[in-house]
Design a binder for this molecule. Structure first.
Ligand SMILES: O=C(O)c1ccccc1N[C@@H]1O[C@H](COP(=O)(O)O)[C@@H](O)[C@H]1O
Length: 206
């Protein structure tokens, strides 16, 4: 199972997380987030893909950030249109389109995005567009009707591990490509706990 560590902020912490070799690292370019990234991403090993997180940003803003930080992909947490996703794919960007779930979800909503994004990401619907810090009812994914690989996100931490390992054995988890973690691994906003991440990574990859 692949791992994405999101909401990175400070240089030392970014470099320490990079030593764990996550598959993706996420940087939040949404100004209202306490994890808003407004710095320089230190050089990372090529195999760690840099993902920018956006909420209802314009094409020009996203394109500018992608080029400035040499991002591999974008994670779109707002009401971004399929047309915008397509424009971003044409930039050679991996597009991860986010859908937030509480206790039900109409999977027909995904249909217009099938050909214009590389991954879906299922997050928890809450007060904020992301980073709410609690899980949604993963049994909703029993009705997942696509074959596109998805990221599972929203409040995932070490306490969720048993539930997570059982979920990953279920048929609906066959398309679960990556686990996305954020606030549950923080010692402070944007600052990730390396020991907890190390433990989590070893347990999801055994
Ligand atoms: O973390 C934020 O502040 C944030 C703000 C706006 C959009 C996305 C944001 N975070 C992303 O949300 C998911 C779930 O996070 P959590 O595990 O519930 O804390 C994750 O991809 C975050 O990077």
């Amino acid at each position: 199972m692949k791992l994405k560590v999101c909401g990175m902020k400070t240089k030392d912490n970014i470099l320490n997380v990079a030593k764990l070799n996550p598959d993706f690292m996420g940087f939040i370019f949404y100004k209202n987030s306490p994890r808003y990234f407004n710095s320089v991403i230190p050089e990372l090993p090529e195999h760690i893909k840099k993902i920018g997180v956006f909420v209802d940003a314009t094409y020009d803003y996203i394109k500018g950030i992608v080029q400035k930080h040499q991002l591999h992909g974008v994670q779109l947490h707002g009401n971004e249109s399929p047309e915008l996703c397509k424009q971003l794919q044409d930039l050679n960007c991996t597009v991860i389109k986010v859908f937030s779930i509480k206790d039900s979800f109409d999977f027909n909503t995904l249909e217009p995005y099938e050909d214009v994004c590389d991954f879906y990401l299922f997050d928890t619907k809450g007060k904020h567009p992301g980073g709410n810090g609690f899980t949604f009812d993963w049994t909703v994914l029993k009705n997942y009707s696509s074959i596109k690989p998805f990221f599972l996100s929203g409040g995932i931490g070490l306490n969720e591990l048993n539930k997570l390992l059982s979920f990953l054995k279920r048929p609906e988890a066959v398309f679960c490509h990556s686990l996305d973690v954020n606030s549950k691994f923080e010692t402070n906003l944007g600052l990730k706990n390396i020991e907890k991440l190390k433990e989590f990574k070893s347990l999801i990859q055994t």
